[in-house]
Write a protein that binds this ligand. Sequence first.
Ligand code: CA
Length: 442
Amino acid sequence: MSPMPDRLDFSHDAGLRSWVASANAPDCDFPIQNLPVGVFRRAGSREGFRPGVAIGDQVVDLLAMRDAGLLPPEVAASLIGCERGELNAFMAQGRAARVALRHALSRSLLEGSAHQARLQPWLLVQAGAEYAVPCRIGDYTDFYTGIHHATAVGKLFRPDEPLLPNYKWVPIGYHGRSSSIGVSGQCFARPRGQTKGPNEAVPLLRPSHRLDYELELGVFVGQGNAPGEPIPIADAEGHAFGLVLLNDWSARDVQGWEYQPLGPFLAKSFATTLSPWIVTMEALAPFRAPFSRPPGDPQPLPYLDSEGNRAAGQIDVALEVLIQTQAMRDAGALPQRLSQSSYLGAYWTVAQMITHHTVNGCNLQPGDLLGTGTQSGPQPAQAGSLLELTAGGKNPLRLANGESRTFLQDGDAITLRGHCERSGFRRIGFGDCQGQVLAARV
Ligand code: CA
């Protein structure tokens, strides 16, 4: 493992404890070493969304903190433009602004801080909050960096040539749809689409009956680039803001009929769900790992290669998927785990995605979202989609309550979770990314 030693500072010290007691529980996703940002309001209220930071089971109201004079002037100034619940203006300022906010919050929330008494009234319990997508997402691109997923899915669609020859040379992606991106808690109607069964002569318009999830991470872009000015890989990490969990809901029957020759369209554009808190690149610094190619695979072209990327381009995030069916919910049963995997095996890194995206002169903008693609592990049981777990719907999964699933049924809720752990550092997590399928509209 290679944390980024030059990127570690006092705020990563595993010994730090917060006066918010819940943040000190060992399995808490949001200890004082994490400090992810998002936008929130009181649940059920009609207030505007506003920027906040998660600490333990609470949310800190950043604007209230600013207005109470509890943020240093340069940090207060960095939040100008975020008052209406979109973090783009803050994201555009890059790493220095994130580090300054992180340091200020770390000091204010630290056990023994003189700010405790004045900050306490501005905490809201997360159970009493609701969230929105944390910024205006101008463009959303979904990559395909999970090679085990690409191989397994490729086998189902093209048994004789699972991995197309470009896969190991070019970070494959397509332009997704940002209008239907929602935050954890998103409910959506089963999509209808044009599908054609193997034994049918013509396609029909009908509700998808092969509805699936995809276990992904999302990378938010911080500072953008000017049109015509590609981002060299040595600078690419400087343009990443942070990571969220991302569920790329997919209608496999629609996808199978429409995807050639131009790729996914309506099979993916009806809904995408994100976890509400952006875990910053700074919080992830202890959990970096080297990037390398398996023996025999081509090395990345020079524009996708750098010393920094080789030394610490990967990020070690443990991932899992859980399901709660309507019957489980009715019986008061907890969600059941479907699979576990890791982001560590991604074939292309965050830096490579950013550099490749801009190599033709395409400009990224603050708040743009890059999906990593489904992160399945090498073993079949580590698959990040039902398509893989059920071998294309041929092998139904048995659930603990006796139900079985090939694809998702109405009422099914899927939760993605992720966390980072490393000896000598505090465990951090992403919180839940949950979404639920409702019946198709008639
Ligand atoms: Ca995807």
